[in-house]
Each structure stands twice: as structure tokens, then as C-alpha cells.
Design a protein around this ligand. Structure first.
Ligand SMILES: [Fe+2]
Length: 297
């Protein structure tokens, strides 16, 4: 495969928060609304996100992956502006989205997500549903959804039986084809997760699938931090699972400042090369290269 550059950003938690109609502001959403105004709106800044996206757009990329949490409490009025954000990144064929827990914050939000963002989270077969597969030459993007409505104060997520069964089949088939398989998943497959109330509840089962069928790269969000974890793959292979900070967090807070990753992928099945370049915001508000690391090859 000719050199392919994949960009990854996550968890923009887009503001400003619309003023919700009162009937929408009950239960978990009321807590989330209060939490946004108390602390999160100072953390996730539109101007930081705009600076980061401008830097990303100035790079040469072939595709952009976004691993969820576009919105905050899944109000109906949050989905349209989030669609506009996706459109600014690129066309649905050049941008792939998977869902996070804030996107499916309450029951019914999946309908809004599908209506507004559907073209960004559909496979080449155009069928809605997860996991979906997009082929770009020898690269295969596999989009999963771990977003699910949960109780107040919970930010867990899961794939569930049906997605896991399909994921195993998809990874096995793409392995036969010699594709460079990139799994997109919002929640980290870390076991145990440092915060049980934020964990992927079927992380062990996900890791079993990777151990049996492998993948070349797993990209995730959720924890708002840089992270690199190596998962066991088949035949002694090691699969990098990589977390990226939120794309909108200011410098100097308790969360990692805004960043995104670029993956330069080259080679062929059995001899892949993949280099990761992290770019993020510094104290002066500029986007700078933070790190460069060879993952494969
Ligand atoms: Fe998030």
C-alpha cells in the first residue's frame, strides 16, 4: 500500500451548550447540564478545538477517525451543530465516526445520532449498524459503538453480544485478506480500568477477540489522555491500543491538553510499518509536535 495517513481525534465535547427545553432536562441530563456549567464548559473550549482542527487540516491526511463524545448530554439541539463540525472536518467518505457514552447519554439518543450523523458511521455497504467496515485500499476501518444509556454518575459502555460476534467474523475475514485493520472504539479495552464506573464492561471479551483474530491498530478515546497499551494478538503478535486526549481541552488543567494523532501507514501484510505522530496544544496556545513513535515495522 502506498503511504496512507490516518488522523485520529476524539471527545471534542462540543460547546456551547444549547439551552434545553425543560422537558428534556430531567434525570441524568439535569445532572450533566449542571456539571457542564459548573466545570466542563471551562475545560472544553471551542477556540482550542478550532486551533487544533486548523492544524489537522493543514496536514496531508487521507482519512480522519473520530472516536465519539461529540456532544455532552445528547440534547436534540446538540446534534445539528455536531453535524456541522463533522462537515468541517471533511466529507462522510473521508471522515469516520463511532459513538461514545455522551452521544448516547439517554434513551432515544441513538435515533438522533443516526439521523444527523448516519453518513459518517456507515460501512461501504451503506447498511446502518455496528460494527461497520470501510475499506480504503488495503486499510480497513472497523467502527464499533460502545455508547449506551446508563444510570446517573455512570459512564460505562459495552459492545454487547451481537457486535462482538460480528466483530470477530469481520476481523477474521479481513485477516485472510491481509488488510491493515484499524478498530475504532470509544471506551478503552483496559482491564481493570482505573475508574470502574467508566469502564468497558465487556473489555475481557473484546480482548479475547483480539487475541484470537488480531488487529493492526486500535484507536480509542474516553479517558481524555495519551495512552498506549499493547494487547495480545494471535501467534505472539502485539496490538497497539491507543488513546488520544480530548480535542478541545485547554492547557494546564487536570486533563491532558488538546491533541490529535497522525498514523503514517505503509507496507504490506506481514510487513506493515506504522509511525504515530502526536500533535497538541502548548502553553502558548500553539499546536506543536509532542511525540513521534514507531509502532510497527
Ligand atoms: Fe469524553
Amino acid at each position: 500500500m502506498a503511504n496512507f495517513t490516518l488522523a485520529h481525534l476524539s471527545d471534542p465535547h462540543l460547546g456551547p451548550m444549547p439551552t434545553p427545553p425543560l422537558p428534556e432536562l430531567i434525570g441524568k441530563r439535569a445532572l450533566g447540564f449542571f456539571n457542564w456549567h459548573r466545570s466542563r464548559k471551562a475545560l472544553h473550549r471551542p477556540e482550542v478545538l478550532a486551533t487544533l482542527v486548523a492544524d489537522l487540516k493543514a496536514q496531508t491526511t487521507d482519512h480522519i477517525a473520530v472516536t465519539g463524545d461529540l456532544v455532552n448530554i445528547a440534547l436534540a439541539a446538540e446534534f445539528g451543530p455536531a453535524r456541522a463540525f463533522l462537515d468541517r472536518l471533511g466529507t462522510p467518505s473521508d471522515v469516520t465516526l463511532v459513538l461514545g457514552n455522551h452521544d448516547i447519554y439517554v434513551r432515544g439518543a441513538e435515533v438522533l445520532a443516526a439521523r444527523h450523523w448516519g453518513p459518517f458511521m456507515r460501512g461501504d455497504d451503506s447498511e446502518p449498524g455496528f460494527p461497520f467496515v470501510r475499506r480504503r485500499g488495503n486499510l480497513a476501518l472497523i467502527g464499533t459503538s460502545t455508547g449506551a444509556p446508563t444510570a446517573p454518575f455512570m459512564a460505562t459502555g459495552w459492545l454487547g453480544d451481537a457486535q462482538r460476534a460480528k466483530l470477530a467474523n469481520v476481523l477474521a475475514a479481513l485477516r485472510q485478506e491481509g488488510a491493515f485493520r484499524v478498530v475504532l472504539i470509544h471506551h478503552p479495552p483496559t482491564l481493570p480500568h482505573k475508574s470502574p464506573h467508566k469502564r468497558l464492561t465487556d473489555a475481557a471479551e473484546f480482548r479475547d477477540i483480539i487475541a484470537r483474530h488480531g488487529a493492526e491498530l486500535i484507536l480509542r478515546g474516553h479517558d481524555h489522555e495519551h495512552a498506549l497499551e499493547w494487547l495480545a494478538g494471535p501467534d505472539g503478535a502485539r496490538v497497539p491500543a491507543i488513546g488520544v486526549p480530548s480535542a478541545s481541552v485547554t492547557y494546564g488543567g487536570r486533563h491532558a491538553p488538546a491533541a490529535y494523532n497522525l498514523y503514517r501507514i505503509d507496507g504490506a501484510s506481514g510487513a506493515w510499518r506504522c509511525e504515530m505522530i502526536s500533535r497538541g496544544i502548548d502553553a502558548a496556545g500553539n499546536i506543536v509536535e509532542q511525540r513521534r513513535q514507531t509502532l510497527l515495522g
